[in-house]
Design a protein. Structure first.
Length: 94
């Protein structure tokens, strides 16, 4: 059990927040490589995922993670089907 930062609620999910810095679970290097290999235009991918280019860049710059729906859409558009590959990209232990 972990206490939420900035609130008084108790959280039963592990917190990714490390004092002063939040870590991303997304392996951005692998994700970017997968996008490059796909040959698809980034704007097409962003549209399929339901995120703007600035939203994407904000996630990347600030170590943001994707929602379940966004991960599902990314996997569909990039043809990521193996569970091990999904785990390496979206649930990396960085």
């Amino acid at each position: 059990m972990v206490l939420c930062y900035g609130c008084s609620k108790k959280s039963y999910t592990p917190s990714k927040k490390i004092i002063g810095k939040e870590e991303s679970m997304t392996n951005w290097e692998l994700l970017e490589r997968k996008i490059d290999e796909s040959g698809l235009r980034r704007m097409y991918i962003y549209k399929q995922v339901g995120i703007s280019r600035s939203g994407w860049n904000h996630k990347k710059k600030n170590n943001g993670d994707f929602s379940v729906n966004q991960i599902t859409a990314l996997c569909e558009v990039l043809h990521i089907t193996r569970l091990s590959e999904k785990e390496q990209i979206f649930f990396a232990k960085v």
